[in-house]
Write a protein that binds this ligand. Structure first.
Ligand code: XBP
Ligand code: MG
Length: 248
């Protein structure tokens, strides 16, 4: 195959953002006067439900089922989530969460090699902007930015990857996807893509069968990745040359 594009998930893959999301959810609940608190263990299990609004609804169905009967609950969830997004954006503006090892390097290298860049995420466009605003990677480097607003069915449904490839005008054999979670991996595999998984602490327990490779991160020249599954072909970092081999 000729590798034409790299499609990156955002949360967990570009940066380890889930802790900032968790704290923003909790702060929003507090500001709305609810005594709901998501600790790390609970949040890890709630991450199985992608998308903040669906996650809040799922939590209520599990822990506060009486809330589901309240009139106007859906509107209330939208308000809580909007406020959460504002708080999260404030935390991230100006580099609150750094990019993961190798991300800036690989993205820069793809650009200079003529390989297109795209995003396929469950989160909102404003959160992507907030994350990247504090980094050396501007949003306009991504030819396509597929965000949660684009699709009805969030990951693990393949829809977001299918839409992104439609916009790129490319097929799955010409692209590779980067994910950190089992839900993300299933979404990308469902769209027919080859996938490189770089888990974070919130997602490391996932079942990553079907991934081309699972690495601790993308690696840097002075900071090799750890191989968690798959064949690294003797490499110590993910670069475009290696991806061309993996894509085949
Ligand atoms: C990430 C998510 C998101 C974030 C929260 O999934 O599931 O919901 O946790 O962001 P992925 P929002 O990395 O697979 O895209 O509150 O904006 O949904
Ligand atoms: Mg992710």
């Amino acid at each position: 195959m000729t590798l034409q594009a790299l499609i990156f998930d955002v949360d967990g893959t570009l940066a380890d953002t889930e802790e900032a999301h968790r704290l923003a959810f909790n702060a929003s609940f507090q500001d709305f006067g609810y005594d709901w608190t998501w600790d790390r263990g609970l949040y890890k299990s709630l991450l199985k439900v992608t998308g903040g609004r669906a996650r809040i609804r799922h939590y209520l169905s599990q822990r506060h089922p009486d809330m589901l009967e309240k009139p106007g609950l859906d509107d209330r969830i939208v308000e809580i989530h909007k406020h959460k997004t504002r708080l999260y954006g404030e935390t991230l503006a100006g580099g609150g969460v750094p990019l993961r090892p190798g991300v800036e390097r690989l993205i820069g290298e793809a650009r200079s090699s003529g390989v297109a860049l795209a995003l396929a995420t469950t989160t909102t466009r404003s959160n992507v902007g907030a994350l990247l605003s504090g980094t050396a990677v501007p949003t306009d480097w991504f030819e396509v930015m597929g965000t949660g607003e684009w699709v009805e069915n969030l990951k693990p449904a393949p829809d977001i990857y299918v839409r992104v490839m439609e916009k790129l005008g490319l097929g799955p054999g010409e692209c590779l996807a980067f994910e950190d979670s089992e839900n993300g991996l299933r979404a990308a595999l469902g769209a027919g893509l080859g996938v490189i998984v770089t888990p974070v602490s919130y997602t490391e327990d996932g079942d990553f069968s079907g991934a081309r490779c699972v690495f601790s991160d993308l690696g840097e020249p002075d900071r090799p990745f750890k191989v968690l599954a798959g064949d690294s072909h003797g490499r110590t970092l993910v670069d475009v040359g290696f991806l061309r081999i993996l894509g085949n």
